[in-house]
Design a protein around this ligand. Structure first.
Ligand code: BG6
Length: 280
């Protein structure tokens, strides 16, 4: 078992085939290798200039999901430089954890509040747990939205399905936010998809008939799930995303976005996403 923090990258390594890389730029998990296979999608055009958000892996959106008046789309956390609060450490056999930190002094703080974010990343031989804590260090209350934005690598997006949505409803961002009912358990992707499902408990299973594994997405205190694929037209608009790459990725994003989280001074918010891989 080995681990390292080399300037920009925090590496959690259980063995040669099971590892996670996290960039201090945005605390973006850029790779999860499980039994030698990459689970996450990272664009071949992703930019690593420590300015732009990294296109792929697992970015984190805070204190805003989507556009806002006080800063860039999806907030500043995904483009800020995080510090290493706790380097990768193995407390139990087969488990390795690192914790990254971001506070108001590490951002341009146009938002105007004092806060601390702690992001704990734990790798085992079957799971990757991403746990986020937000603390209000301001003398006044604040509110925010928050979301983890995993990009999953898939064989062919039209062949996959994502379960856990039976009899739910969603807001379709590609149809001016109109509300629809989803009767089926499975979401299929056959065109540009940008759907916000409020209050779906999960777990979600990502089924890919061409792979010998199922990725299961468990979430705690993230009531909402966003499903996104830019398809051809969206891909062309992104300079850091290949025109054909939409066919090999899907984002299934746990968040607290349809309502805002409100924190009083000294209060904390905690939520997590645990990804597990089940072999077929
Ligand atoms: C998704 C949003 O979560 O992120 C989409 O629902 C957005 O609307 C997508 O296009 C990517 O956002 P960005 O800022 O990384 O290009």
């Amino acid at each position: 078992m080995a681990s390292a923090t080399v300037d920009d990258l925090v590496m959690l390594e259980l063995d040669a085939n099971n590892s996670v890389s996290v960039s201090r730029h945005g605390a973006t998990v850029t790779s999860w290798r499980h039994k030698g296979e990459e689970i996450l999608f990272l664009s071949s055009k992703a930019v690593f200039d420590n300015v732009k958000a990294i296109r792929g892996g697992v970015p984190i959106c805070f204190p805003q999901f989507g556009p806002w008046d006080l800063g860039p789309q999806h907030g500043f956390a995904r483009t800020a430089r995080w510090s290493v609060y706790h380097p990768p450490t193995s407390l139990d056999e087969g488990t390795i954890t690192a914790i990254l930190e971001l506070n108001d002094q590490q951002t341009d703080n146009a938002w105007g509040y004092k806060f601390t974010l702690l992001y704990s990343i734990t790798l085992t031989h079957t799971t990757l747990e991403l746990k986020v804590g937000v603390e209000n260090n301001s003398p006044k209350p604040f509110d925010f939205t928050i979301l983890l934005h995993p990009y999953f690598s898939v064989s062919n997006v039209e062949a996959i399905s994502v379960t856990g949505f039976e009899n739910s409803h969603y807001f379709d961002k590609n149809k001016d936010g109109a509300k629809f009912v989803q009767k089926e358990n499975e979401v299929k992707i056959t065109s540009a998809t940008d759907k916000i499902f409020p209050n779906v408990i999960g777990p979600h299973a990502l089924l890919d008939p061409n792979k010998n594994r199922v990725v299961v997405i468990h979430k705690e205190n993230f009531p909402d799930t966003v499903v996104w694929n830019p398809w051809t037209e969206g891909a062309k608009k992104m300079s850091d995303f290949g025109d054909d790459e939409f066919a090999h990725m899907v984002c299934v994003e746990p968040g607290f976005v349809s309502n805002r989280v409100c924190l009083e001074p000294n209060q904390e918010f905690n939520a997590s996403m645990t990804l597990s891989v089940e072999m077929k």
